[in-house]
Design a protein. Structure first.
Length: 394
């Protein structure tokens, strides 16, 4: 590779076999003067693998997209080899493993699997969500999410809580409200706002926990306060970016709400969904839910090893007909069986995977849209029918 100063880092394929690398620091003296480009190449070759892996791990930890690490690994053969090291993959940042639905491929699947095998909790969670909801591989998806949850990944804890509350991947009888509430409590203790809100509603309704209206209300106030703090922090950072030049205006980046008490606070911090939710939204936006579920089993068997036996998988075929997505725009979770999600009791048009999604969507959008259409139609039809009944026959 030619640098700005004209020196060359020779690659093994250009300069013949690379000299055996050492695991310890370079003991030799500096390269002799006048040795030219080849000396620079030798210096790169002499770097111990541990040091190169450490540098690549820092690149992965600060990467803002999967392309950042991929670009570094394309630099030379040695980076490509060492970029697959477990130390590098384990330290990959959440953004580094945030594969988009539009870029999904077998290679992306293998990358996430290698990161998960290396112990990267964000990769475990994202791949678990993809397998559970998109590929229909319920067993391996739930196992990956559980691995992330055991490691203290709050998003994984909350998603497992939603699965327990709904009995996702199984039947209605598989719902475990107490387990869902316990997972919610753990996620809330780690600072997950949606879990805090869900737990607040559970306490208010006695859903999976002993009823305590006051405690539930206290948790809802905490959730709103955290929303507000996140919104203020996001606005401040956006304003700083705009003041620094080149930043986007802070307004319109996130809508404001205070979800449960009619005041106005923040939606998500920065108005952005988690990478897993974004993946689900994009995935099902480009594929009809029934078709996606119908192809799930085939995709899962191709991508997942045969050793993974998913008793609750499926969802394809006729069972996939009539499945719906959560109506909260930033969620993306689909039903795994018919009538799994709760419906709006007023209009019956929208469906939610959780109370947290329902509360957020109500304040951000549905409050202005919800109309009891059936009741209106009944009221409109009833007087006409009564008038017809009362009218004298010709
Ligand atoms: Zn939802
Ligand atoms: Zn409604």
């Amino acid at each position: 590779m030619r640098t700005r100063r004209g020196a060359c880092y020779c690659s093994p394929c250009q300069d013949g076999p690379r000299r055996k690398r050492r695991r310890v620091g370079v003991a030799e003296g500096p390269a002799p003067a006048g040795s030219g480009a080849g000396a620079c190449g030798d210096m790169f070759d002499e770097l111990p693998d541990d040091l190169v892996v450490s540098i690549l791990a820092d690149v992965a930890a600060s990467a803002r997209s999967p392309a950042d690490l991929a670009g570094a690994m394309l630099t030379c053969k040695r980076f490509r080899e060492l970029g697959g090291n477990k130390v590098v993959l384990a330290r990959a940042s959440p953004r580094c493993v945030a594969v988009r639905a539009g870029a999904w491929s077998d290679a992306a699947h293998r990358f996430l699997q290698r990161c998960a095998d290396a112990g990267n909790l964000d990769a475990c969670y994202l791949l678990g969500m993809i397998r559970f909801y998109c590929l229909g591989s319920r067993g391996s998806g739930a196992a990956l999410m559980a691995a992330a949850a055991v490691g203290g990944h709050r998003e994984a804890l909350y998603s497992l809580a939603v699965i327990q509350f709904n009995g996702s991947g199984g039947t209605k009888d598989d719902r475990d409200l107490r387990a869902g509430a316990a997972l919610c409590a753990r996620a809330a203790s780690l600072g997950h706002v949606d879990a805090l809100r869900e737990l607040g509603h559970c306490l208010q309704d006695g859903y999976g926990v002993r009823r305590s209206v006051l405690d539930g209300r206290r948790l809802l106030i905490q959730a709103n306060a955290r929303e507000l703090a996140a919104a203020v922090a996001a606005s401040a950072s956006l304003l700083r970016a705009a003041a620094g030049g080149g930043g986007k205006p802070a307004s319109r980046r996130h809508s404001c709400l205070l979800s449960d008490f009619g005041c106005h606070a923040a939606a998500k911090a920065g108005g952005e969904a988690h990478a897993a939710n974004r993946f689900l939204v994009d995935w099902f936006a480009s594929r009809p839910l029934a078709a996606a579920a119908a192809t799930a089993a085939a995709s899962a068997t191709a991508a997942v090893s045969a050793a993974e036996d998913d008793g609750g998988a499926g969802g394809g075929g006729d069972e996939s007909c009539g499945l719906r997505l959560c109506s909260h725009a930033l969620c993306g979770r689909p039903e795994t069986r018919r009538h799994e999600f709760r419906r709006c009791s007023v209009c019956g048009v929208v469906n939610y995977c959780s109370r947290a999604c329902q509360a957020l969507h109500w304040k951000t959008a549905h409050k202005a849209e919800c109309t009891p259409m059936d009741r209106w139609l009944d009221n409109a039809v009833a007087p006409n029918a009564a008038a017809a009944m009362a009218a004298p026959a010709p």
